[in-house]
Design a protein around this ligand. Structure first.
Ligand code: BTN
Length: 247
């Protein structure tokens, strides 16, 4: 089936627009793409600067079947984008738990998954993906531009956003659809772990309240991060990770 793509020049946020379109059109699967966002949203209430040149889209999907944990959707999307970068541009990225895609330690792509549940079941997911592509990073606030990198800086040319969008949607959907079987879930976690920079690092994880530090031991079958502190082993489902050193 063809994937409908709704393209806009400017939106506040493709996430918000996707929700609106779902309420209005009742489609099960579609994409919202904005050339620019005026109020792009990041994880943990942050904003996501979205100047022209980047790729900003939200993939709305209703038929997800039964998933043990919504977190798996973000991890699967992260692996998918990592694969796309390799396939299209020969760029080897790393994953920072839970869903940042980095190139040589700098942020290339961020993912924000919003999942709506009905009872125990997932009703739909809106997977928001922002990629620094042909973005002029010098226009971003200094603290952000210092820690970011764009595809064009790595490959030394501008690339086609439509090709990237189409390939990304295909890969993300493929990865997400494989999450319905136990085998698919294990494979996704295994692929994720293979490229995850966070594993085996000394980390500080900022939580909603406070922070913890320790060594990142493993990622569970549900996508949670296990961190060994001096006292205990914690199972974290969300947070902001700072990597201290790798062992
Ligand atoms: C993060 O790293 O904090 C996640 C950033 C997610 C940004 C994307 S851009 C498309 C979609 N629309 C939004 O408002 N946010 C996501």
């Amino acid at each position: 089936p063809k994937l409908p793509i709704f393209k806009f020049d400017v939106l506040q946020s493709t996430q918000t627009k996707a929700r609106e379109l779902y309420d209005k059109e009742g489609l099960d699967l579609f994409v919202v793409w904005a050339v620019e966002q005026a109020a792009g949203r990041g994880r943990r209430e942050r904003s996501w600067h979205s100047p022209k040149g980047g790729l900003y889209f939200s993939l709305f999907s209703k038929k997800l079947g039964n998933l043990p944990s919504p977190q798996l959707i973000s991890l699967a999307a992260g692996v998918a984008i990592k694969d796309v970068m390799q396939k299209l541009y020969d760029i080897t990225c790393e994953l920072k738990w839970p869903n940042d895609i980095l190139y040589q330690g700098k942020k290339l792509c961020g993912i924000l998954s919003e999942v709506a549940s009905r009872g125990q079941e997932i009703d739909h997911a809106i997977v928001g993906i922002g990629i620094n592509v042909n973005t002029d990073l010098s226009g971003l606030p200094e603290g952000i531009s210092r820690e970011a990198i764009a595809v064009k800086n790595i490959v030394n040319r501008e690339v086609d956003l439509e090709v990237l969008l189409a390939t990304a949607c295909t890969e993300v959907l493929d990865r997400i659809s494989r999450l319905v079987t136990q085998e698919g879930r294990s494979k996704t976690i295994a692929d994720y772990k293979k490229h995850c920079l966070t594993l085996n690092s000394q980390v500080i994880v900022y939580l909603d309240k406070g922070k913890v530090s320790g060594r990142a031991l493993d990622i569970t079958g549900e996508g949670a991060l296990l961190v060994a502190t001096t006292k205990e082993i914690l199972t974290l489902t969300t947070g902001d990770v700072i990597h201290l050193r790798r062992r």
